[in-house]
Design a protein around this ligand. Structure first.
Ligand code: CA
Length: 247
């Protein structure tokens, strides 16, 4: 598989937009929908939780809202579909219910072939961080076992580290601050429109992989520099992308 011209142009445009030269030294990985195939379970939990509170949530909405905090999603959906504001108490109740339904779901599978990609990236001496809107317990243990120790506990930004979730830039700004890698040395791998918006608002080069049911346009319109169809495509193109993203 070879890289098409539009990808090369996107990378060159990005490099030219920076005041300094670019050299890839770090990747900020989103988690749900990038490392784990957890989105179908999140989506079903959302649909069931909203249904219990009288809101019939269309199937694409969990994917359109992916990456943002639960409260933000709940407020937005009631505004959109029931034309009303909800109290914080009510939103908290639905949030709790969604989390309870999610814990009843089976454990999410790793998205193949991401362990191979992460291993390849490690061999290239590129740092690996996880930037997620999730705050699931036991998250690190699972990351560590599935990804063969290629992620480290202190190299994570979770929902517990930020006040404002995606699409706010805060999660990625925190990642830049904590890791010390800025937009001349780090890129983002995301799968959701709001995640892409967050990364772009933080000024980072963003590769989107379309692992869910949305149209790829939703990712390009959110500002992704590159949109790929699958994790397989990312792995196949990685050696060339790495070369283009290095000095
Ligand atoms: Ca995601």
């Amino acid at each position: 598989m070879s890289i098409n011209t539009s990808i090369e142009i996107a990378i060159n445009n990005y490099k030219n937009s920076l005041k300094t030269s670019f050299n890839l030294e770090c990747i900020f990985f989103d988690m749900d929908g990038v490392l784990f195939n957890s989105m179908p379970y999140h989506a079903q939990s959302w649909i069931n939780a909203f249904a219990e509170y009288g809101l019939n949530l269309p199937e694409h909405e969990p994917y359109m809202n992916e990456g943002s905090t639960a409260l933000y999603t709940i407020e937005k959906m009631f505004r959109k579909y029931h034309k009303r504001e909800v109290s914080l108490e009510f939103a908290e109740e639905i949030k709790k219910r969604k989390h309870a339904l999610m814990t009843e779901m089976p454990m999410s599978e790793v998205l193949q072939p991401m362990p191979q990609l992460v291993e390849m990236v490690k061999q290239q001496n590129i740092e690996r961080w996880v930037v997620t809107g999730s705050a699931q317990k036991g998250l690190f243990g699972r990351l560590s076992s599935v990804f063969d120790g290629n992620f480290e506990r202190d190299k994570m930004i979770t929902a517990l580290d930020v006040l404002n979730g995606k699409p706010n830039p805060e999660p990625y700004l925190k990642a830049i601050e904590k890791s010390g890698y800025d937009n001349s040395r780090a890129i983002v791998i995301e799968n959701a429109p709001l995640g892409v918006q967050s990364a772009k608002a933080a000024g980072l080069f963003t590769v989107a992989i379309n692992t869910g049911p949305l149209e790829p346009q939703s990712l390009s319109e959110s500002g992704a520099d590159i949109v790929l169809d699958s994790c397989d495509e990312l792995l196949a193109l990685w050696p060339q992308l790495h070369a283009l993203l290095s000095k």
